[in-house]
Design a protein around this ligand. Structure first.
Ligand SMILES: Nc1nc2c(c(=O)[nH]1)N[C@H]1C(S)=C(S)[C@@H](COP(=O)(O)O)O[C@H]1N2
Ligand SMILES: [Mo]
Length: 404
């Protein structure tokens, strides 16, 4: 099988010092540090170009998790300086002028690879849409903390998610111009970041098959995020955005797309991003596609709330299946529920902010709960169904606070 590894000229994966200094110079003043010395310039995470100040991020290996509670002072979109980064290796600093996308494979008429330069892609009709990017493992650590279950993988809390406004070309336009055959079944986008090596095994570059039906539906090749060129860490110059699917589908630093008349596979569709474990078929579930639904308070876990005072509590809710219909909250561990007030009009993409007021009495530990119901009738369960890799946590989050 031909495999034209794109011969895109690449700069070294360590960003140039100038780039780094420029990025740091653009860093925001740190809001949550109170009177900490202003000179405490945050070191970027290894392999991540943008600053990842501890006020906004928790570093987890090659990744930076957003502090979910700090979304409280953001609007419906997540600013780039708060947006989580999930890197299998390191952020490559690519040059748009030297970049091109190769579309190739037996699923093209004539089987001739077709190249698109950055300018050609930008000349195609542009679409703009809001979409969440949420890692399949978002909330993974709650399998352990809330359900006492062991799972493998990055122990995200709730911050492996962000919402942005993406602008780019339709994947369907690119595939049609490349001459996709009527009987093509899968496409497989692949990134230009370094091959992923785990346990001494080289799994190659990050790639994952995408069924043609989804590829021709609403997928975009994004070159802008929140009105700016895509940042290095989020896939510059071009990434895929696969709305409502798990984050791994949205391949960053896109280099090539294979188009095939027979089903494709990669470690990201066979070993990872399936459900394994007692509750699932012996060989694992089918490869995961859609994300699930969640809701959570924008409050640190273990926050202390003053008793006999009225608090305004806020949060967010989202579902990859349908618009949010309602959010219910409980401040007594689930004995009583009441509706929260929705602050945004539910739409098919993005999340809904919500609020409730609470005047606690008494002191000591308490548990706050929130529960989203979407327009398709999906509702968060009490428990998520365990899977060994801790994907798709969807259970009602039990949010511990202390009343004092
Ligand atoms: N090329 C490439 N694409 C990638 C990844 C990666 O490591 N390399 N990580 C994936 C995963 S697991 C997620 S959750 C999202 C994260 O996107 P973000 O870093 O822009 O938040 O990118 C996906 N696309
Ligand atoms: Mo992910």
């Amino acid at each position: 099988m031909p495999d034209p590894a794109p011969d895109v000229p690449r700069r070294p994966s360590v960003p140039a010092r100038r780039t780094l200094l420029k990025a740091l110079a653009g860093a925001p003043a740190l809001p949550l540090l109170g009177n900490a010395p202003a000179a405490a310039a945050p070191a970027p995470a290894p392999g991540i170009v943008k600053p990842t100040p501890s006020a906004y991020f928790t570093l987890r290996g090659t990744n930076a998790e957003a502090r979910y509670e700090t979304f409280a002072d953001t609007g419906p979109l997540t600013p780039v300086d708060r947006f989580f980064v999930r890197n299998h290796t390191t952020t490559p600093v690519l040059d748009a002028a030297a970049w091109s996308l190769t579309v190739w494979g037996d699923g093209l008429h004539g089987r001739t690879p077709v190249r698109f330069g950055y300018g050609q892609l930008r000349d195609l009709p542009a679409v703009t849409r809001t979409a969440l990017v949420e890692c399949a493992g978002n909330g993974r650590s709650l399998y352990a903390t809330q359900q006492g279950e062991t799972v493998t993988g990055t122990p995200w809390t709730l911050g492996a998610i962000g919402a942005a406004r993406w602008r780019g070309a339709r994947l369907s336009d690119v595939l049609r111009r490349a001459g996709i055959a009527a009987d093509a079944v899968d496409v497989q986008p692949r990134g230009l970041d370094d091959p992923y090596v785990t346990g001494g095994v080289d799994l190659g570059r990050v790639r994952r098959p995408l069924p043609v039906a989804k590829a021709l539906d609403d997928v975009i090749l994004a070159y802008e995020m929140n009105g700016e060129p895509l940042p290095y860490d989020h896939g510059y110059p071009v990434r895929l955005i696969v709305p409502s699917w798990i984050g791994i589908a949205s391949i960053k630093w896109l280099g090539d797309i294979e188009v095939s008349r027979s089903p494709l596979a990669s470690p990201w569709s066979t070993d990872y991003y399936r459900l394994f474990g007692a509750a699932h078929p012996p060989g694992g579930s089918a490869p995961l596609t859609r994300q699930t639904l969640k809701s959570a308070y924008e409050l640190p876990f273990g926050a202390t709330l003053e008793t006999h005072r009225t608090h305004r509590l806020t949060g967010r809710a989202w579902s990859a299946h349908a618009p949010v219909r309602r959010v219910d909250v409980s401040t007594d561990g689930g004995a009583h529920w009441r509706p929260a007030r929705l602050l945004d009009a539910p739409r098919r993409a993005g999340w809904v902010r919500w609020a409730t007021t609470w005047r606690p009495h008494g002191t000591g530990p308490a548990t706050l709960l929130s529960r989203v119901t979407d327009a398709a009738g999906n509702v968060q369960p009490e428990r998520a169904v365990h899977n060994t890799q801790g994907y798709l946590f969807d259970a009602i989050v039990r949010h511990p606070v202390t009343l004092a």
